[in-house]
Design a protein around this ligand. Structure first.
Ligand SMILES: *Cc1c(COP(=O)(O)O)cnc(C)c1O
Length: 374
């Protein structure tokens, strides 16, 4: 069976892990944490970064940093992972779900404006498959209505909007290094603080509500409980693993994009014949090879294709179920039908995409798909 995903190891992970363990500092915010954070700050124009144990944690930090309270309204796409919503629901927020574009799962800025009320606090955008949302338009809407923007850039490492790195545009941004993403540490994530007013408090929230990080820098002579917080920082073991991946980021991205391009070129005839749709990349966006998907004409066709691929030893998977229709939110949802989000829930199919996917496997997957539509 060709798996959907296989975590890729660069070869240095165990070395760095060993070094971290035997350095005598295994808890968080040590050498490897700093190396990783510096890597991102230097390469992607992020003002301040803090590694976290997951993207979910980084989103929860955003919710605390933005002082989300009972009844505040947050606008997010319905076509996303649960954590984008949960992080804010945990603090009492009401979620206003926005629809996707018809030809792209990303949030449609036109849908955002319709949902804004005096209670709206934050817009959270998700760069689906690492392909940028239309950030100029979104930042403009946010500015006009005095709202904060969080980029859920979980899938968007090393991807760009009009030459600006994703994660550098919103007031805050979050990344994931879960083993299904391009760059991994098993579980792992990162908070990016671009709006400087949040930088100090982010550090405090990260370190259990204490000013311990400032203490270690020698800025205060003792540390204590100064604010809300939790334990969001990963151990050095996780950061050491992540650093081995970051050193090979270019190689990983190149390989993934090559696989993505192979699918795109070889499935193009099916799109021209009107059988499927392929990913749409707007002119303002780059591709980071995170997900390759095809869009079928119906749910039943998509399910038949999954079965056909499985019968030929290929594991392909659908993706998000619209959150406004989830068992948890369905009876709380009072908005309009979100037909584009539902369309991607029903018709989108993700194909295997990982570093070690061989040319032979790729040819087999494409051949199997072409045969299905014959
Ligand atoms: C993977 C993902 C998350 C969650 O990341 P974790 O690191 O597993 O918490 C959140 N949002 C999006 C869009 C994701 O793809």
């Amino acid at each position: 069976m060709i798996p959907f995903n296989k975590p890729y190891l660069t070869g240095k992970e165990a070395d760095y892990l060993y070094q971290a363990v035997y350095s005598g500092k295994i808890s968080g915010n040590g050498l490897y944490t700093k190396k990783c954070q510096r890597f991102f700050e230097e390469n992607y124009n992020f003002h301040k970064t803090l590694l976290t144990t997951s993207c979910t944690d980084a989103l929860e930090m955003c919710s605390i940093l933005l002082n989300i309270k009972e009844g505040d309204e947050i606008i997010i796409p319905s076509y996303t992972f649960v954590s984008t919503a949960n992080a804010f629901v945990l603090r009492g927020a009401v979620i206003k779900f926005a629809d996707s574009y018809p030809d792209n799962p990303n949030i449609n800025p036109k849908e955002i404006e319709k949902l804004i009320t005096p209670k709206t606090k934050v817009i959270v955008v998700v760069h689906y498959a690492g392909i940028a949302c239309d950030m100029d338009v979104i930042m403009e809407v946010a500015k006009k209505h005095n709202l904060y923007v969080v980029e859920d850039a979980a899938q968007a490492v090393d991807s760009y909007y009009k030459k600006q790195p994703l994660g550098s545009i919103g007031h805050l941004a979050t990344f994931s290094f879960h083993e299904t993403k391009n760059i991994i540490s098993g579980e792992g994530g990162m908070l990016v603080v671009n709006d400087r007013q949040f930088a100090n408090r982010a550090e405090i929230i990260w370190e259990k509500g204490t000013n311990r990080t400032a203490f270690f820098r020698g800025e205060v002579d003792k540390y204590g409980w100064v604010d809300l917080g939790s334990s969001f920082l990963p151990s050095e073991i996780v950061s050491a693993f992540l650093y081995a991946q970051l050193e090979n980021l270019n190689d990983i991205q190149t390989r993934r994009k090559k696989i993505w391009d192979y699918y795109f070129q070889n499935l193009k005839p099916l799109e021209i014949a009107g059988k499927i749709k392929l990913p749409y990349i707007p002119e303002y966006a780059t591709n980071n090879g995170h997900i390759f998907y095809v869009i079928c004409s119906s749910l039943s066709e998509r399910d038949a294709l999954i079965k056909h691929l499985r019968n030929h030893k290929v594991h392909a998977v659908f993706h998000y179920l619209s959150l406004h229709k989830s068992p948890y939110y369905n009876d709380k949802y009072e908005g309009e039908p979100l037909t584009n989000s539902d369309y991607f829930s029903n018709n989108l199919l993700r194909l295997p995409l990982f570093y070690e996917l061989s040319e032979e496997n790729l040819q087999h997957i494409v051949k199997t798909i072409l045969a299905f539509f014959e």
